[in-house]
Design a protein around this ligand. Structure first.
Ligand SMILES: [Zn+2]
Length: 287
């Protein structure tokens, strides 16, 4: 069935519409949307990496969630904005405009169903800006909608204890951390015998790039023919399970926090009235 890594009872598409109507406390139920991509990840990993990782981490987090914390995963978004990888076959990309429209319309549907807390767990480094634009748009349309545009790796995790300093500094794609996590989540799709080391050149402007990563826009083929940007060779399945566990624990805690969070609704301005599109109508008394 479709629920993938999620416990079936926490997979929103398995509910009927009447069951969703009857859910208690929908305002504080956390809806989690794993946001992935379908794009090349070197010769050793499948194109589904960013979707597998975001959906896998969310599923493992929901499995650890106490029963009294209401939260559901949505079906992941499997196509993202992957233009920097389009020279490699297997990459399926949406434009930024299409992804933004998709995110806005999915979010609007979540709101329409009565939910007020939406968490994006995004697995692809090429699109956080789109999620942030969507979250802000939802905030302006609906003052009582809390939308958190987050990144899979933003919460505390243990990957850092396995990575070399060079990997921490320069790896960006299909490197040690992603490969280890894939060994834990989808081992049959990983082919370590095809993995190669490929680091980008250090960007030689300390002011433009304090950490040496490219400060200019890049396309994956700028760094060579493999599509890898990092060193996947030291990755092991044991590391992958440790990283996965740490991410799942942290995301379960974050979902719990979001469930309890009572963030103040937007105050009504004293000089006017905000309508549902965020535009402010001046009251005639002040005109
Ligand atoms: Zn990736």
């Amino acid at each position: 069935m479709l629920h993938g890594y999620n416990p079936p009872h926490r997979y929103l598409p398995y509910l009927s519409w009447t069951e969703i109507v009857d859910l208690p406390d929908k305002e504080n139920t956390v809806i989690v949307l794993p946001t992935g991509a379908t794009e090349q990840h070197g010769p050793h990993l499948p194109c589904a990496v960013d979707t597998v990782i975001s959906a896998g981490v969310v599923g493992h987090a929901l499995a650890r969630l106490p029963a009294n914390i209401p939260a559901f995963a949505m079906a992941p978004i499997t196509y993202g904005k992957s233009e920097e990888h389009l020279h490699f076959p297997g990459t399926i990309t949406l434009s930024g405009e299409t992804l933004l429209a998709t995110m806005n319309e999915v979010s609007e549907s979540v709101y329409r169903a009565g939910f007020r807390k939406l968490l994006f767990v995004n697995g692809h480094g090429g699109q956080p800006q789109v999620m942030e634009m969507c979250a802000r748009e939802m905030r302006l349309r609906h003052g009582d909608f809390i939308v958190v545009p987050s990144f899979t790796w933003r919460v505390p995790h243990v990957a850092g204890k396995y990575l070399s300093d060079k990997e921490k500094r320069l790896a960006m794609h299909a490197g040690h951390a992603e490969t280890a996590l894939m060994l834990a989540l989808a081992p049959d799709t990983v082919h370590m015998e095809r993995a190669v080391v490929n680091y980008p050149p250090v960007f030689e402007s300390p002011l433009l790039s304090p950490d040496g990563r490219p400060a200019c826009a890049w396309s994956a083929r700028d760094f060579g023919p493999s599509g890898i940007i990092g060193d996947p060779l030291p990755a092991t399945v044991e590391q992958g399970h440790a990283i996965l566990d740490s991410l799942a624990v942290s995301w379960a805690a974050a979902i719990t926090e979001l469930h309890h969070l009572q963030w103040a609704a937007r105050p009504e301005p004293t000089w006017g009235r905000a309508n549902h599109t965020g535009h402010v109508e001046h009251s005639s008394a002040l005109a």
